[in-house]
Design a binder for this molecule. Structure first.
Ligand code: ATP
Ligand code: MG
Length: 131
């Protein structure tokens, strides 16, 4: 996902450029806004964490770009491309280093395992929306 901060700050194009230059194929993509229910479902794993309320409030604050990306070793390579959760700790040149402002407004989301990537892809896309 390209999160609401990066969308609002005009970084959709630049981030997609970095993703494509990084060797990822875009299998599916859509521009939508989450609501409390859909964001709550998406971030259900974080429900008990102290920042959960803030996370849902932020993720519903504006539209996002959701995408399924395909690449050999995609989960790990995407996390390398985006950088650390806290952008002040993200390596120079990573997406969060370039486009994120804070640990909550951190520009992008990446799946943390192949299993969760499949679950998250199914959350956003039907089989007719994948190419
Ligand atoms: P993401 O899942 O969005 O790719 P991540 O895997 O790097 O990020 P997670 O630990 O899964 O980090 O946390 C999910 C999201 O919750 C983070 O991207 C961030 O927006 C928010 N978050 C994580 N830790 C904090 C924190 N300490 N304070 C505020 N928000 C946080
Ligand atoms: Mg995560």
């Amino acid at each position: 996902m390209i999160k609401p901060d990066a969308v609002a700050n005009g970084h959709i194009g630049a981030i997609l450029n970095d993703i494509i230059a990084g060797g990822f194929k875009i299998v599916a993509m859509k521009y939508i806004q989450l609501n409390e229910e859909t964001a709550g479902n998406f971030y259900g794993v974080h429900r008990e964490r102290p920042f959960y309320g803030e996370l849902v409030r932020f993720m519903t604050s504006g539209p996002i770009v959701a995408a399924i990306l395909e690449k050999e070793n995609a989960v790990e390579d995407f996390r390398t491309l985006i950088g650390a959760t806290d952008p002040s700790k993200a390596v120079e040149g990573t997406i969060r280093n370039k486009y994120a402002k804070s640990i909550d407004a951190n520009a992008v989301h990446g799946s943390d395992s192949d299993e969760n990537a499949a679950i998250e892809g199914n959350f956003f896309f039907s089989m007719f929306e994948r190419f």
